[in-house]
Design a protein around this ligand. Sequence first.
Ligand code: ARG
Length: 464
Amino acid sequence: MSAPADQANQALWGGRFTEGAAALLQRFSQSVSFDWRLYKHDIRGSIAHATMLLKIGILTQEELDAIASGLRQIEDEIDRGAFAWAVDKEDVHMNIEAVLTARVPAGAKLHTGRSRNDQVATDMRLWIRDEIARDLEAVRGLQKALVAWAERDASVVIPGYTHLQRAQPVTLGHHLLAYVEMLERDAGRLADASARANVLPLGSGAIAGSTLPLDRAYVAQLLGFARVSENSMDSVSDRDFIVEYAAAAALAAVHLSRFSEDLILWSSAEFDFIRLPDAYTTGSSLMPQKKNPDVAELVRGKSGRVVGNLMSLLTLLKGLPMTYNRDLQEDKERLFDTADTLHASLEILAAMLEGTVVKAAKCRAAASDPLLLATDLADWLVKQGMPFRQAHHAVGAAVGLAEKKGVPLNQLSVADLKTISDVYNEEALALFDLDLALTNRLTAGAPNPASVAAQVKRWKEKLA
Ligand code: ARG
């Protein structure tokens, strides 16, 4: 309750306060240590608000000019790291406004008709809009890296897995393009989140709008928002747009985690399909031979944070009564962490893929087990007129017989096969050819090399 603290509190909150804030409270409630990141958007919003205040006759042109240039100067100082943030001014909004007002008398008019409740909601929407544009670039970057890799190693055959058991042969390109598809849906979800965030809350005041003739549509137009929000109470308490972003980001992070898991498996001695670039792997402090896929492991691990942030945000919101509650300040670190983690993961994976080398012979060898074509044999029996359930049985019996004789499935003789079904003949044994097996897959979306090549072409055009 020192005199300077009293003065600080009065300066901040006005005549209502006679006692200073406890130092503990200041430290507990401040957000400027993290929400300073909103400064560009806060300043953009303030200039638009002030421009509107001129239009409705609350500011003169001279006052607007002074406010706008004062804000631009503050922005420049923050850019250069020359701005003195003060924890006792709580958040980014109060810090900027206080310094502006100390320098420019008209600054005292800036907050006319505005509350930090609609201000912060506006800043966050502006921030997310820009962030999503940046994310979409990064998603495109990783898609391009995947498509480039798919093209580079288009003819490499690998086993496709279900239950992490070798199932059927696929091309590496097909496997990689699966992630391009996932990322495309991620981009769609992010773009949707951006479109729904693109609504102006400013002009909603603290909760119930204003008795001043604020021109909200004009502010929306100045800030490039598609429209103004329709309900002042919803506007100041809604954080759906952050949850939507966090959800889209969480799913994208899960996709990156799954891809990382594939890379980790592929680079292991057990699979030995790829060699990750030295620049993106690490050694062991003890075992000299080790080369560890840390980047992929960290991307996989960090996805947990992004998923956790989504849960934090949902939990933060679930018990809140209308309208603004200070709890909402807790949205920011979760949002920033989500954005930073997603962006870094997208960026580093794209960079790592460029130098990743495929061991084509090892891949092919792993896919060469004739058992991987057992389904093709069943399909052939179906083409000869056998009902599928019977064909499945007849191939299963052939697999059992090969096992009993200790030979690969395609080394059974026609006579062996005829003991199971009369339908078998030489043509059946000719099926056991990896390249034929792939070209035989003609269904839309299958790993036929020609259709994978067409998909690569389609993606290259789309992403160009
Ligand atoms: N720093 C605050 C936040 O992030 C700004 C809004 C404060 N509003 C209030 N009524 N205390 O939520």
